[in-house]
Design a protein around this ligand. Sequence first.
Ligand SMILES: NC(=O)c1ccc[n+]([C@@H]2O[C@H](COP(=O)([O-])OP(=O)(O)OC[C@H]3O[C@@H](n4cnc5c(N)ncnc54)[C@H](OP(=O)(O)O)[C@@H]3O)[C@@H](O)[C@H]2O)c1
Length: 281
Amino acid sequence: MNAGVGHEAPDQYGVAGHPVAHSWSPFIHGMFAKATAQNLVYRLFDISPQQFRGEALRLFAAGVRGMNVTLPHKQAAAELVNELTPRAFRAQAVNTIAFFDDTSLLGDNTDGLGLTADLERNLGMTLADKRVLILGAGGAVRGVLGPLLERDLREVVIANRTPDRARKLAAEFEDIGNISACGFSEVRGPPYDLIINATSASLQGDMPVMPAGLVGEDSVCYDMAYGRGHTPFTLWAKSLHAARTCKGWGMLVEQAAESFLLWRGIRPDTKPVLQALAQHT
Ligand SMILES: NC(=O)c1ccc[n+]([C@@H]2O[C@H](COP(=O)([O-])OP(=O)(O)OC[C@H]3O[C@@H](n4cnc5c(N)ncnc54)[C@H](OP(=O)(O)O)[C@@H]3O)[C@@H](O)[C@H]2O)c1
């Protein structure tokens, strides 16, 4: 037996969020690591907003090589790192941090690539010239706006519970596409080609009250939230006879594959993981 092989301590990774217990990232990265023969462990780090900065720095000092960052820490993570990739800089939100040997931290945002990979590759959608309505204006929307607008969409409308937050976000991206913002009650038809729910309302079992006329028989309605069965958003879309409803499992797996690529230099095949997760959806 070759002494040393298989006996090195695994590299440490994990996801920081609050709450985070529901996360499937340990399962996904565990499957990626096995399939690509990478010696790593991936854990959950439940960190409150007040403790995020101190606790994240402590984990990196203790040997953590990389961290995914989820709700509500994505903007705090952008302020924590030493350097941002261009897409994370554009988003001012980070969902992936890499810790390098020189102790510097690089912040990236793979949410947008995850969403577009799921829409285009897994669901077969063409995004060019589409009208897109996005509900929500939080960290996830910051991450996906750049990659979506790069697809030459005809129009993007961001609607949010706090309209000013949506307006501020739209203003940050108006140089790269046709984007506007409003409150939920101000959204007008005709029906959108794609409606993305990026509010965290689903996590609370809620769905914002939306005006009539937004969903048509060709509309694809995509809930970034994931879980078993329907969400309040997919139920709303179904009741309005949307062409298709989807949840965010594919985005979750595709953004994870991009994080894994940044950390380990290999983009794992996402299909086996999507198949394994299908039984939970
Ligand atoms: N599938 C994936 O890979 C993936 C990746 C990222 C995120 N997500 C999901 O996307 C969602 C948003 O994540 P995030 O990081 O953007 O969260 P966030 O930064 O906390 O933003 C939350 C957003 O939801 C809105 N909101 C919260 N509760 C609401 C309610 N009861 N009714 C209406 N709007 C409400 C907030 O509006 P205000 O501005 O008014 O507070 C804000 O726009 C979560 O469900 C998350 O799990 C999925």
